[in-house]
Design a protein around this ligand. Structure first.
Ligand code: CTP
Ligand code: CA
Length: 222
């Protein structure tokens, strides 16, 4: 394939990508978050733009910048904000890649004032957030829907369950087990599982190379 043709592979396609963690507020100065750096989602967004797509990147709080002019970045903080931004952008996209590490739970209430310490233990009641990906799977029409899965045990079995339950086209299973891989750093080791059960194991590589493997899979669907 010629370089020029490769540059055009996603021309005219509208791709929705989510990235980063969500922060769920406890009080005005504290939150519940996770270690997601956003690097995987940003690498996917940049690559899609490079291939000619117009990209909506909905990002939780991360210390990253987008460089490509065809990436429109929308910043959100909480899972609830991510849900509304994604819901709005989903209707007219061709594919959605949900790489954000969305919080599963959020504090039932946000204290209006900074919570003061006191003796003894401190409890926060958490309520479940909406599973954004599962919601998208329930409303999708022709959109190609791609999810991620982070597992520490029975990885493939659990990822396959998510693939089915969320009505995805394929799922990217993140391996946290390998040295250097994970959602914090620059490297990632993934397995891609498709709806028909086709499973591809990839080596440990940089997140921009992993993005290429994911997009090569996506292109077959578009
Ligand atoms: N996800 C989402 N909304 C949530 C939680 C997760 O859209 N509230 C998406 C993630 O972006 C990811 C996929 O669901 O693409 C799987 O996330 P993961 O945390 O691995 O699985 P969960 O379904 O949340 O299940 P669990 O954390 O219990 O393993
Ligand atoms: Ca989760």
């Amino acid at each position: 394939i010629h370089h020029f043709e490769y540059e055009q592979l996603l021309k005219g396609k509208r791709i929705l990508v989510t990235a980063g963690p969500t922060f769920e507020p406890i009080d005005p100065v504290r939150f519940i978050g996770n270690y997601s750096s956003g690097k995987m989602g940003f690498a996917i967004a940049e690559l899609c733009a490079k291939l000619g797509a117009s990209v909506n990147l909905i990002s939780g709080p991360v210390a990253l910048e987008v460089h490509h002019p065809n990436v429109k970045r929308i910043n959100v903080t909480t899972a609830e904000e991510m849900l509304s931004a994604v819901d709005y952008a989903f209707t007219d996209c061709d594919a959605c890649i949900m790489s954000a590490a969305v919080a599963d739970y959020t504090p039932l209430e946000k204290a209006a004032q900074k919570i003061k310490k006191s003796d003894g233990e401190f409890n926060i009641t958490l309520k479940k957030t909406t599973d954004i990906l599962q919601y998208l799977g329930s409303i999708k029409k022709n959109q190609i829907l791609v999810g991620f899965a982070l597992e520490t045990e029975k990885e493939e079995e659990h990822a396959k369950l998510k693939l089915q339950k969320k009505n995805l086209d394929f799922i990217v299973l993140n391996s946290l087990n390998d040295e250097g891989a994970g959602f914090k750093g620059d490297l990632n080791k993934v397995t891609i599982i498709q709806t028909d059960g086709a499973t591809t194991y990839y080596d440990l590589k940089s997140k921009s190379e992993v993005a290429q493997d994911i997009i090569n899979t996506l292109i077959k669907y578009l």
